[in-house]
Design a binder for this molecule. Structure first.
Ligand code: TMP
Length: 239
């Protein structure tokens, strides 16, 4: 599919329009940021890994009956997706305390949570994506209550399905962030699913296989992305 004009350039991706108004091309970049853009860097070949990994996850989730914006992979760095009107809400689902939750609640990283935690953030860079709840969303009109219910239902389903996919591959799904949007009135999963947006820990060693290696200067960033790609594209021998 041919790219026409550039619609939007974000921190990790560029979105291009195509001759079909309903379809967009997402181009994955190697640039990496953290702490709302305060830390900047490059992860060699990240765009290639994240394009491939997002495609694997979206295809898997479609196979489990979820609706996503993913249409097909075009090349190493680009995928064709359905145009969404992105809801200004970031959904974080957590199974184990890490990152901002560990900090906010004073928990050691790695503390298992007794039940799944779902958090909503207002997608607004200028405000640093603040934590919000359904009351804020309703009061400010960020989304309709039934849309929020649908987003939450799908986010919890993604957690269940991704967990089942990753577990036999020796990866613990600690937490992840999703974005959703509207396509002809339907709520679809959008954005990407990759080590940029998920925390993946090796089941045995608890080694971090995600963007925390970049955020925290742990080294071995590209190798970690490569390792996740290898595990999710290697057959697990059934089940
Ligand atoms: P947090 O612990 O920093 O709140 O992050 C929770 C999850 O969300 C983690 O898997 C990383 C992901 N995330 C993003 O994808 N984008 C962001 O801007 C932030 C802060 C987190």
């Amino acid at each position: 599919m041919e790219k026409t004009n550039k619609l939007y350039e974000g921190k990790a991706k560029i979105v291009h329009e195509t001759p079909d108004h309903d379809l967009l091309v997402v181009e994955y970049k190697d640039s990496a940021t953290a702490f709302n853009g305060a830390k900047k860097g490059t992860i060699h070949n990240k765009g290639i890994y994240n394009n491939r990994m997002s495609a694997v996850f979206f295809e898997y989730l479609e196979g489990r009956g979820l609706k996503t914006h993913y249409v097909k992979t075009l090349n190493d760095r680009e995928m064709l997706v359905k145009r969404l009107r992105i809801l200004p809400i970031e959904v974080v689902v957590r199974n184990v305390a890490a990152g901002s939750l560990a900090k906010r609640l004073g928990l050691d990283e790695g503390t298992p949570l007794r039940s799944t935690v779902l958090e909503l953030y207002y997608k607004n860079d200028a405000l640093g994506d603040p934590l919000i709840n359904e009351y804020h969303i309703k009061a400010v009109g960020l989304a309709e209550p039934d849309q929020v219910r649908e987003v939450e239902r799908q986010a919890l389903a993604v957690n269940e399905y991704l967990g089942e996919f990753l577990s036999p591959r020796g990866i613990d799904l600690i937490d992840f962030k999703l974005e959703f949007g509207l396509h002809h009135g339907q709520v679809l999963l959008g954005d990407e699913i990759s080590p940029d947006t998920c925390r993946f820990w090796d089941r045995t060693t608890k080694e971090k296989l995600d963007k925390d290696r970049f955020r925290r200067d742990l080294g071995g960033v590209e190798e970690a992305y490569q390792e996740v790609l290898k595990r999710i594209t290697t057959a697990t021998g059934g089940r």
